[in-house]
Design a protein around this ligand. Structure first.
Ligand code: ADP
Ligand code: MG
Length: 400
């Protein structure tokens, strides 16, 4: 099936030979290698990663690629084929958080984070090109960070593991760019494997590859990129985060991960009489129940019963919509239209307020369901969404 979610119009660099040629023309020498890191969708476990909880992402076939050559003169030169404007040139010893730099802050932040951790990175020429849609909740930013970190790790012989690179990428995004994300996106991009979903415990980064073979079971997972991004999102994320921290404090635990699902009722009783906002009660209910939904989905996948995960996805969506309140009309419409047309389940994925939803569907119903979603969007006067299959793909790797 052709992927209709890629950045085709702005990404002419289809192959590694083209990227090598483009790099050589730009920087006057050939790259030392080419690396790739994917975007991701999260199957279940949302807004849990900053609560030390569980998530379950899978890597997409959409990737960011980086052609890279080392420099020894302290210069960092960055170029993306996907954004207008020329090469961004920075001095690595002058890199500091929150300086701006637009898109270039993501790869520059990785260089900064590596050097902050004491790694001997002496400069680089980097050209990036990506097929991960940006701002669609599919982690184009983490793909840029992880591909940069992996390339520099290999070229400078730093010997860092994939999770260590993910943690550095997150540090770049949190502390250099200034986006308060959890560690799921970078871990997914760095550590996912083909044909699997990644069960990740964000408390200690322990993880398990869960076989997720959709095709042989006659199933498909669709990504529906609504192509909308409501401005509400940025402030809402910080507010949810603060609310979860307030909930943990009121319950006397370090993070909401420490509230077991069996203890949810008692926790909600405690919060009802505590001095916390009504919203905190809802946030706690979402986080504790979504951790439980991750466990439910894993049990179903382990038992080879992917179909039964459908209703769990829907329950996750309802919780995000009603308790966390991070959905929006477009995401709700994907879920309702898909389920009415016979999907097994669907939910928003990622931070919400736009971005993408996932739909689990029998292969033979995939077209009917896609058409029903498109039709519902047209009737509601929404932007036409992009729909493509989520094929569980490889994590970050060297290509050339
Ligand atoms: P998401 O990670 O969900 O796609 P973010 O807002 O976290 O959305 O990250 C998107 C940002 O990442 C873009 O605005 C841009 O700054 C940067 N980015 C992503 N892909 C590219 C690319 N191919 N070239 C340059 N910058 C990119
Ligand atoms: Mg991002």
């Amino acid at each position: 099936t052709p992927l209709t979610g890629a950045n085709e119009p702005t990404t002419p660099l289809t192959g590694n030979a083209e990227l090598t040629a483009s790099f050589t023309e730009l920087y006057g020498q050939a790259p030392e290698g080419i690396w790739a890191a994917p975007g991701r969708v999260n199957l279940i476990g949302e807004y849990t990663d900053f609560n030390d909880g569980f998530v379950m992402p899978l890597a997409l076939p959409h990737t960011a690629r980086a052609a890279v050559a080392r420099r020894t003169d302290g210069e960092l030169r960055l170029h993306s084929t996907d954004v207008p404007g020329g090469v961004v040139q920075l001095r690595i010893d002058e890199l500091a958080p929150h300086q701006g730099h637009g898109w270039a802050a993501y790869p520059a932040g990785v260089v900064w984070a590596l050097r902050e951790a004491g790694h001997p990175v002496t400069g680089a020429d980097i050209q990036l090109t990506s097929t991960v849609p940006t701002g669609a909740g599919l982690s184009s930013s983490a793909a840029l960070e992880v591909v940069t970190a992996l390339a520099l790790n290999d070229l400078f012989g730093l010997g860092l593991s994939a999770p260590e690179l993910a943690v550095l990428g997150r540090r770049a995004e949190n502390d250099f760019v200034g986006v308060p994300c959890g560690v799921m996106d970078q871990m997914a991009s760095a550590c996912c494997t083909e044909g699997h979903a990644l069960h990740l415990d964000t408390r200690d980064l322990t993880r398990r590859q869960i076989p997720f073979d959709l095709a042989s079971g006659g199933l498909r997972l669709l990504v529906v990129d609504t192509q909308v991004k409501h401005a509400l999102g940025d402030g809402a994320y910080a507010e949810r985060r603060a609310g979860c921290e307030a909930g943990a404090a009121a319950l006397g635990v370090r993070t909401l991960r420490e509230v077991p699902y069996e203890g949810l009722g008692a926790a909600l009783d405690t919060l009802a009489t505590a001095d916390v906002d009504e919203s905190v009660v809802r946030y706690v209910r979402h986080v504790v129940s979504d951790n439980q939904r991750v466990e439910q989905v894993i049990a179903l996948l382990d038992a080879g019963d992917v179909r039964s995960a459908g209703p769990v996805l829907v329950a996750g969506h309802v919780s995000l919509r009603d308790d966390l309140r991070v959905s929006c009309p477009e995401l709700d419409l994907v879920v309702s239209a898909a389920c009415e047309a016979g999907a097994l389940g669907a939910r928003m994925t990622g931070g919400g307020f736009g971005g993408s939803a996932i739909v689990l569907v029998e292969e033979e119903r995939a077209d009917t369901v896609s058409e029903a979603v498109l039709k519902a969007f047209a009737s509601a006067g929404h932007t036409t969404p992009r729909i493509f299959p989520a094929v569980p793909s490889a994590g970050a790797r060297r290509l050339v």
